[in-house]
Design a protein around this ligand. Structure first.
Ligand code: URA
Length: 428
C-alpha cells in the first residue's frame, strides 16, 4: 500500500488479499486503533487477515515498533542495577515466573516484569498472582522503580506500556487470533522492550500446548523475537522448551501459586525446578552476574524470602488461604500401568472451561478453578486411583471440562521414553 491517507477497510482488504502492509499503513492502524479511531470489529478483521495471511519479517518489525511506540519506554539505567527479564510464549501449567523472579533477584539481578493475563487456553502470570488475597499488579512507573531499588523486582500489568498490546492482547484472546507468529512475536517484544529490562530471555514453547503448531514454527518465532530484541539494543536469547505435556502437576491460577510455593520451599515437581534453574542461569549470564548458584536459593530459602517481600510490597497476603473451587470431580484410572502422554492443550482447555480463563473481554476468572494432575507422564498408575481432580465454583462447567480430558491421556504398559525439557538454545 502507498499514500499517506488510510482507512481501516482498505488496510484490511490489503492484508485479506495477501498484500503486504506498508510501514505507513502499519503506523497508522496501530495508532488509530490505540486511540479508538479504528473500531474493535475492524481490528478483529485485520487480526484474522494477519492470522490467515501472515506477515514478512519487515512487516513484523514495523508492527512491533509501532506497538512499542504506542506508549513510553521505561529506562532504569540510572538505578545502576543489572536488569533482566524473561517471557514465555505461553503454555499450560507454566507458572515459572513465580519462582524464577525471586530466584534471579536473590542472585543479584533486578527484574522489571510487565506480565500478562491468560490468553486462549494458557494461563497468565497476573491472573495467578491475583489469586493471592490483596495482590495488586497495577503499579505506577514510580512504584516499579521503587520496588526494583528496594527488593529487586516488580511484576506488573503493562498498563500504559505498549498500550496497543494491551488492547490487541485482549481482542486476540476472544477472537480466535492468538496462534499467529507475527501477533505473538510483536505482542511479546513490544511490551518487553517497553518495560526497560537491559536483557531478555525468552521461553519459546514447543508442543501441543504451545501457540505454534510445529517445532519449526516455534524455532522461527524464537529467531524472529531474538532478532527483534537485538535490533532494539536489548541482548536477547531464547530457549525452546517442551510443552507437549503440562508443566508441573497443577493447571489453574491458585493451584499454580500453591505449586510455586512448594518449589520456593525447596520441593515441587522436577520439571518446574529444572526450567526455573535453567532460565535463571541464562538470565544471570546475560545480565553479566556470576556468583550464586540459582538452585541454592531454592534450598536455602533466600528465593522464598524474596517472593514474600515481592508479594507483600504489592499488597498480597500469603497468610490468607488460597481459593480453591467449591465443586470438584475426579478422573480415576480404568487400568493399572504407567501414565503415558498427557495432552497439554486438552488440559489447558479443561482448566479454561472450568473458569480459569476468559471467553469475553474483561471477564473475571475463577481463581480457584483448575486441574490437579495426580499421575504425571512416566509415573506408575494403580487401577482405580485418582489421575486428575478438576475444580470449579460452577458445577455446570464440570461436564464440558471432563469431556476435554476424554482421550487426552493414556495409561500404558511400558514407561514412555524420556523427553528432554530443554530442546534448544537460540542466540541469534
Ligand atoms: N505472551 C504474550 O505476551 N503475547 C502473546 O501473544 C503470547 C504470549
Amino acid at each position: 500500500m502507498t499514500g499517506t491517507v488510510f482507512d481501516a477497510p482498505t488496510v484490511i482488504r490489503c492484508k485479506r488479499d495477501g498484500g503486504r502492509l506498508s510501514d505507513a499503513a502499519i503506523d497508522w492502524v496501530i495508532e488509530a486503533y490505540t486511540d479508538g479511531r479504528v473500531a474493535p470489529e475492524q481490528m478483529s478483521a485485520l487480526l484474522m487477515a494477519i492470522f490467515l495471511r501472515g506477515m514478512d519479517r519487515k512487516e513484523i518489525a514495523r508492527w512491533t515498533a509501532a506497538m512499542l511506540a504506542s506508549g513510553p519506554r521505561l529506562d532504569f539505567t540510572d538505578l545502576g542495577l543489572a536488569t533482566v527479564d524473561k517471557h514465555s510464549t505461553g503454555g499450560v501449567g507454566d507458572k515459572i515466573t513465580l519462582p524464577l523472579v525471586p530466584v534471579v533477584t536473590a542472585c543479584g539481578a533486578a527484574v522489571p516484569q510487565a506480565a500478562g493475563r491468560g490468553l486462549g487456553h494458557t494461563g497468565g502470570t497476573l491472573d495467578k498472582l491475583e489469586s493471592i488475597a490483596g495482590f495488586s499488579a497495577e503499579l505506577s512507573n514510580h512504584r516499579v522503580r521503587e520496588q526494583l531499588r528496594d527488593i529487586g523486582a516488580a511484576i506488573f500489568a503493562a498498563g500504559e506500556l505498549a498500550p496497543a498490546d494491551a488492547k490487541l492482547y485482549a481482542l486476540r484472546d476472544v477472537t480466535g487470533t492468538v496462534e499467529s507468529l507475527p501477533l505473538v512475536a510483536s505482542s511479546v517484544m513490544s511490551k518487553k522492550l517497553a518495560e526497560g529490562a537491559a536483557a531478555l530471555v525468552l521461553d519459546v514453547k514447543v508442543g501441543s500446548g504451545a501457540f505454534m503448531n510445529s517445532e519449526a514454527e516455534s524455532r522461527d518465532l524464537a529467531h524472529t523475537m531474538v532478532e527483534l530484541g537485538i535490533a532494539h539494543g536489548v541482548p536477547t536469547r531464547a530457549l525452546l522448551t517442551d510443552m507437549e505435556a503440562p508443566l508441573g502437576a497443577t493447571v489453574g491460577n491458585s493451584l499454580e501459586v500453591e505449586e510455586s510455593l512448594e518449589v520456593l520451599a525447596g520441593g515441587g515437581p522436577p520439571d518446574v525446578v529444572e526450567l526455573t534453574v535453567r532460565l535463571a542461569t541464562e538470565m544471570l549470564d546475560l545480565a553479566g552476574i556470576d556468583g550464586r548458584d540459582p538452585a541454592e536459593t531454592l534450598r536455602d530459602g533466600s528465593a522464598m524470602d524474596r517472593f514474600r517481600r515481592l508479594v507483600a510490597a504489592q499488597g498480597g497476603d500469603l497468610a490468607k488461604p488460597l481459593p480453591i473451587g467449591r465443586h470438584s470431580e475426579t478422573v480415576t484410572a480404568a487400568r493399572g500401568g504407567t501414565m503415558g502422554d498427557i495432552d497439554a492443550m486438552a488440559v489447558g482447555l479443561a482448566a479454561w472451561r472450568l473458569g480459569a480463563g476468559r471467553s469475553r473481554p474483561g471477564a473475571r476468572v475463577q481463581h480457584g478453578a483448575g486441574v490437579r494432575i495426580h499421575r504425571r507422564r512416566g509415573e506408575p498408575v494403580v487401577a482405580g486411583e485418582a489421575l486428575f481432580t478438576l475444580y470449579t465454583d460452577t458445577p455446570d462447567r464440570l461436564p464440558p471440562a471432563m469431556a476435554e480430558l476424554d482421550g487426552a491421556f493414556s495409561v500404558v504398559a511400558d514407561p514412555p521414553p524420556r523427553r528432554p525439557l530443554i530442546i534448544d538454545r537460540i542466540t541469534r
